[in-house]
Design a protein around this ligand. Structure first.
Ligand SMILES: Nc1ncnc2c1ncn2[C@@H]1O[C@H](COP(=O)(O)OP(=O)(O)OP(=O)(O)O)[C@@H](O)[C@H]1O
Length: 269
């Protein structure tokens, strides 16, 4: 590994703007005309009770929803003003710009830590020389807050790491393709409180360089990490909608809708 890391340019900060997103599984509509602006360089939290469509909404933001055979979608997702669903744009293109980290850490367990980090390059059809890969691995692991713990064991399998370390490895893998947006679907729900705090710290440091959208059930977490949040709700038998969105401090302290107040105060969900 090189002793000095080239400073690899980060992608410029980008805003993600979802407009009138409706989503279906078969004939069942699960989201109705959801619009939300996720501002550049901020962390936006999606909150709401189970089944109200938060994960589905998140998956529409990088075209993962359309991979489910019965799934359908209406609306637009603008990345810096350009719709990722335009016919000329590909799924691979969307993935290259909008990365995702899942609830359960999912590194390739038998693959080395090093190869896990660079594995995203192949998926997005990016190529890099060996020395550039070395730099990319170091920088991505640093940004994910994992470098110091793994710098001497990069050839060990990803599966040898703890759960929290594996999740930071997944964050490093997502960052290695220099995305402009990072989507995180309950990234800490499988982790202990200490690992959770480390991931939260990592997110807050990353927010200066990449726009972050996180689904969380943890109200304290939403308040600790997010700048803004959106409260989703699906009333009995109806598709999910956003009831209220805004600055997290406002949504939690002085919500305008009584349903938001009930939810953030733990009265349901
Ligand atoms: N692959 C699928 N096929 C059919 N229906 C689905 C599928 N995935 C989700 N749904 C349905 O879509 C609705 C929204 O689900 P979604 O997972 O987006 O909600 P959520 O708010 O993220 O829930 P949770 O907080 O429990 O993860 C639910 O009614 C769910 O049952």
């Amino acid at each position: 590994m090189p002793t000095e890391v080239l400073h690899l340019p980060a992608a410029p900060l980008a805003e993600l703007d979802a407009r009138n997103i409706s989503a279906w599984f078969g004939s069942r509509k699960v989201l109705h005309q959801v619009s939300l602006t996720m501002r550049a360089g901020e962390i936006t939290a999606l909150i709401g009770p189970s089944g109200c469509g938060k994960s589905t909404f998140l998956r529409t933001l990088n075209r993962m929803h359309e991979l489910i055979p019965s799934a359908a979608l209406a609306g637009e997702v603008l990345l810096d003003g350009q719709d990722i669903y335009e016919p000329a744009r590909t799924i691979t293109d969307a993935r290259a710009h909008i990365g995702m980290v899942f609830q359960k850490p999912n590194p390739f367990p038998a693959m080395s830590i090093y190869d896990n980090v660079v594995s995203g390059l192949k998926l997005t059809n990016k190529r890099a020389s060996r020395s550039r890969k070395d730099d990319l691995v170091e920088q991505s692991l640093q940004r994910a807050g994992l470098w110091k713990e793994v710098r001497d064991r990069l050839r060990q399998p990803g599966g040898s790491l703890s759960g929290g370390q594996q999740q930071r490895l997944c964050i490093a893998r997502a960052l290695a393709v220099t995305p402009r947006v990072l989507l995180m679907d309950e990234p800490c729900s499988a982790l202990d409180p200490t690992s959770t705090r480390v991931i939260e710290q990592t997110m807050m440091e990353l927010a200066h360089e990449v726009t972050i959208v996180i689904v969380t059930h943890n109200m304290q977490q939403a308040q600790r990490v997010s700048d803004r949040c959106a409260f989703f709700l699906a009333a009995q038998g109806t598709p999910g909608e956003i009831v209220e969105s805004g600055l997290t401090s406002t949504v939690f302290s002085t919500p305008t809708d009584p349903r938001t107040a009930d939810y953030v105060n733990g009265r349901f969900g």
